[in-house]
Design a protein around this ligand. Structure first.
Ligand code: F6R
Length: 291
């Protein structure tokens, strides 16, 4: 695992988007695992910018989302299908037929979960899986005590998660669905590469536990320590409780695999894109705190 600390939320999202763009350029039919949530909105903004400014090509890219709420129809603005269409798919040249989100409306959720696993396997497995981390320590919706070998399945959400996501449901945690269909921890670990993005002080404590603490099913994100190719990209706020910051900084500044990204991050700072400033201002102070 490598932990890469960026000075602020914009640069952490920028680096994540650049890494995804580089993988997509290297493999145009990339199988990309996607996440939703507030943290990812900036990443999708950056990818849409890159499509516009550099012609980044999504036409052969195939995507699989981590999770979906149960009993929220895809056309409902609270569904993760709606989120993906809104934040990314409608803004880039992706073929919607190549995009997959678990069907939380399926009459037989077990069959849908098995079908989702089958689709991932038929696509040849996930090349790069993008992850966020929840305040309950989840990746996807793998809440505490999710088995490290778990596969796609139905999962009950914890009160912490429902509280975390309440702002998307009018501020009331009781409005947040109680259940979701989620890739399992084992499904996620089967991906060839993992990139976890976390920003903001609210994530500092759980992130330190996931990255530097013991591997435990109580914090499903700690399972990423088992993955041979995992990058954790964070801003300085989310890095607050990490013990080995100097070492992590040294990695980004010195390791050859980060060379192209070091150079491009410096270039992007030298010529800020006005669109980015506008997008950053669209978030309320509360949202910015959460990002
Ligand atoms: C969403 C998902 C979750 C989120 C996590 C962080 O598809 O899988 O694990 O990534 O809850 O959410 P935000 O970014 O809203 O803090």
């Amino acid at each position: 695992m490598e932990v890469i600390i960026q000075p602020n939320v914009e640069q952490a999202a920028e680096l994540t988007a650049r890494l995804i763009a580089a993988r997509l350029r290297a493999k145009p039919d990339l199988v990309l695992g996607l996440a939703t949530g507030r943290t990812m909105e900036r990443v999708y903004d950056r990818l849409a910018d890159t499509q516009r400014s550099e012609g980044l090509d999504f036409s052969r890219c195939r995507t699989f989302n981590l999770d979906e709420y149960i009993a929220i129809p895809p056309e409902d603005e609270h569904s993760y299908r709606y989120y993906m269409n809104h934040h990314l798919f409608s803004r880039v040249n992706i073929d919607l037929a190549n995009t997959h989100v678990p069907d939380g409306m399926a009459a037989d959720l077990r069959a849908e979960a098995a079908h989702y696993e089958q689709l991932i396997s038929e696509a040849g497995g996930i090349d790069l899986q993008l992850l966020g981390i929840g305040e309950a320590g989840h990746i996807g919706f793998n809440e505490p005590l999710s088995a490290i070998r778990s596969r796609t399945r139905e999962k009950a959400l914890t009160p912490v998660t429902r509280q975390q996501n309440a702002s998307m449901f009018g501020g009331d945690p009781d409005n947040v669905p109680k259940r979701a269909l989620t890739m399992g921890v084992g499904t996620i670990l089967d991906s060839r590469e993992l990139v976890l993005l976390a920003t903001g002080a609210a994530k500092a404590s759980i992130l330190a536990k996931a990255v530097e603490g013991p591997i435990t099913a109580m914090i499903s994100a700690s399972a990423i320590q088992l993955h041979p190719s995992c990058k954790v990209i964070i801003d300085s706020e989310a890095a607050r409780e990490l013990k080995e910051r100097d070492y992590y900084d040294w990695i980004f500044q010195n390791e050859p695999e980060w060379q192209e990204f070091r150079a491009s991050m410096i270039a992007s700072l030298a010529s800020p894109n006005p669109a980015r400033v506008t997008i950053a201002k669209q978030h309320s102070p509360q949202q910015n705190r959460n990002l």
